[in-house]
Write a protein that binds this ligand. Structure first.
Ligand code: NAG
Ligand code: NAG
Ligand code: NAG
Ligand code: NAG
Ligand code: NAG
Ligand code: NAG
Ligand code: NAG
Ligand code: NAG
Ligand code: NAG
Length: 459
């Protein structure tokens, strides 16, 4: 009896020791801009600590990054077990993106927060996790950006850049001007088509708002005109459907906001009007769900801010209502999380107020639930899904000023945490996640209300 008790006691102690080591590992990570290497990358160059010897290593068993001192000779490190996931050596963990070119058992002690202080520590809060890159060719805000299939980022138009298109070359860290659009545009949309071309639609022009659309060809860097939409629209949404067609919804047209929606067929270059939403919406969001349906959320209408949301069924070409948000909002962000749910954050609540609240849509129930509040209210911010499933929110306008602050949402805890500041305050910018997991933030407006040339990288 007593012996059994002792065995249990020992097991419990072992369990807790494990727990403590696990916790140690988790704490060693930076939660700022995240320690999140691509699991397949050998690069190991992602900065995660104020100690530049520390790198973000990928743990094969727990499938997350740990920030560890990476200056260690390979021949001192044992290989992981044959499964390439586990280690039998005590106090080590199997990692597979070191320069050793084999999965190795890494001493956990090398991942301690003493050795690799987090970039997010209070004491080190001001250490930039953001790095500057070269300036854009033309300063702009209310422009649009998209990641091209060749890995470069296209930025088109925007206020003051008007007709200009420019491409960020990730490998060179340089911007190049490419062919002009035929129409000046701001508050327009870019959609990456399956053939690699980009559909540029609508927007606010210089004087008038075009109902026109153009196609950008990344091979030639030039634009050609394609079919016209049935109406002029800006501040609308454009979603690439699973069929390869593009669904455009709502937006502003001269003096009214629109309930109409239309579909672009890349094979014919023509638009067809599809059924209208239940109400006019502008400055709303549209997200393509895993089942192919498009979820349209909130926005401003002729009757005020909307909490209503609706779903577009592309097989039948019809809209149906789904759950209302808890809070009416426009100029928010909507992000599809890795579990298929949709996170909506911030936005405008009235002419005066913007919100720090966020909520989550569950496509299986059609219902919205409250989740954590952001650290500050924001509108005209951006939200990007990080490779590790968390969401990075950047900049925007808060309490009437443009901010340089950023924060991260963790879907596991439902909480937001402050992350490191950008070098520049901005709203009306774009944030584009590149194939290496780094985020390119470009342009926007600052408190001097100047269109920014400046761009910076996170991660
Ligand atoms: C590292 O492990 C992950 C699974 O944890 C695997 O998907 C990936 O291919 C591995 N990378 C390398 C370079 O072996
Ligand atoms: C483990 O990794 C090594 C080296 O990367 C590779 O040759 C081997 O096939 C891997 N084994 C398994 C079971 O994945
Ligand atoms: C450190 O951060 C925590 C949580 O953000 C805060 O409660 C605490 O006051 C900070 N401490 C200092 C010394 O700034
Ligand atoms: C940008 O231009 C330079 C030379 O002017 C060229 O070497 C580079 O490949 C161009 N990059 C892109 C993305 O077009
Ligand atoms: C807008 O159009 C006017 C003439 O209609 C022209 O003078 C001006 O340069 C244009 N602005 C831009 C940014 O293209
Ligand atoms: C599209 O609209 C533009 C501007 O109004 C016009 O010049 C052009 O002819 C139209 N294209 C088609 C195919 O109708
Ligand atoms: C679009 O309409 C909304 C609501 O009327 C307005 O607040 C916004 O400024 C308009 N956008 C543009 C680009 O004019
Ligand atoms: C979130 O913020 C709203 C107001 O924006 C407030 O009413 C609510 O109590 C906050 N919730 C939490 C959990 O702090
Ligand atoms: C961010 O903005 C604050 C003012 O709100 C400023 O004090 C701080 O220096 C800025 N941080 C960076 C990294 O520019």
């Amino acid at each position: 009896m007593q012996q059994q008790f002792l065995i249990y006691l020992v097991l419990i102690i072992i369990y807790f020791l494990h727990f403590i080591t696990d916790q140690g590992t988790v704490n060693a990570q930076s939660s700022s801009c995240e320690c999140s290497p691509a699991p397949y990358s050998q690069s190991g160059t992602i900065r995660c600590s104020t100690n530049s010897d520390c790198e973000c290593l990928w743990t094969t068993l727990t499938e997350r990054g740990i920030c560890a001192d990476a200056v260690m000779p390979c021949n001192n490190l044992q290989s992981c077990e044959n499964d390439n996931k586990t280690c039998s050596i005590p106090n080590t963990i199997c990692v597979n993106n070191t320069h050793c070119n084999r999965p190795v058992c890494y001493p956990l002690e090398r991942a301690s927060s003493q050795r690799c202080p987090s970039l997010n520590d209070n004491s080190t809060n001001n250490i930039p996790r953001w790095s500057s890159t070269t300036n854009m060719v033309a300063g702009c805000y209310a422009h649009a950006s998209v990641l091209l299939k060749n890995g470069h980022v296209l930025v088109a138009g925007g206020s003051s850049a008007a007709l200009i298109t420019q491409v960020y070359n990730r490998a060179e860290g340089l911007w190049n001007r490419t062919g002009n659009m035929f129409f000046a545009r701001a508050y327009h949309t870019l959609s990456l088509l399956n053939n690699g071309n980009v559909l540029i639609s609508g927007g606010k022009g210089n004087g008038s708002s075009p109902n026109t659309a153009e196609l950008y060809d990344p091979l030639t860097g030039s634009c050609t005109m394609t079919g016209n939409m049935s109406v002029e629209r800006d501040s609308h949404t454009a979603s690439v459907l699973t069929t390869g067609n593009v669904l455009v919804t709502g937006g502003n047209s001269s003096i009214t906001s629109l309930s109409s929606a239309e579909l672009f067929n890349p094979l014919t270059g023509l638009w067809t009007v599809t059924s209208s939403m239940s109400i006019d919406r502008t400055l709303h969001t549209a997200s393509v769900l895993a089942n192919g349906q498009v979820l349209v959320v909130g926005g401003e209408s002729s009757i005020g801010l909307l909490s209503s949301t609706e779903l577009y069924d592309l097989t039948r070409g019809v809209w149906s209502r789904t759950g209302n948000m808890i809070s009416a909002r426009a100029r928010h962000t909507a992000t599809i999380l890795s579990d298929g749910k949709v996170l909506v954050a911030g936005g405008r609540l009235s002419n005066k107020y913007y919100t720090d609240t966020s909520e989550i849509y569950d496509p299986t129930t059609g219902l919205w639930t409250k989740t954590g509040n952001m650290t500050i209210p924001r509108q005209w911010h951006t939200a990007s899904l990080l490779p590790n499933g968390r969401v990075l929110v950047v900049g925007g306008i808060s309490n009437s000023v443009y901010v340089n602050t950023t924060e991260i949402y963790d879907p596991l805890t439902g909480l937001w945490a402050k992350a490191s500041n950008m070098n520049t305050m901005r709203g009306y910018h774009t944030a584009t996640i590149m194939a290496n997991g780094r985020i390119l933030v470009a342009g926007g407006l600052d408190n001097d209300v100047h269109p920014l040339f400046n761009a910076e990288l996170c991660g």
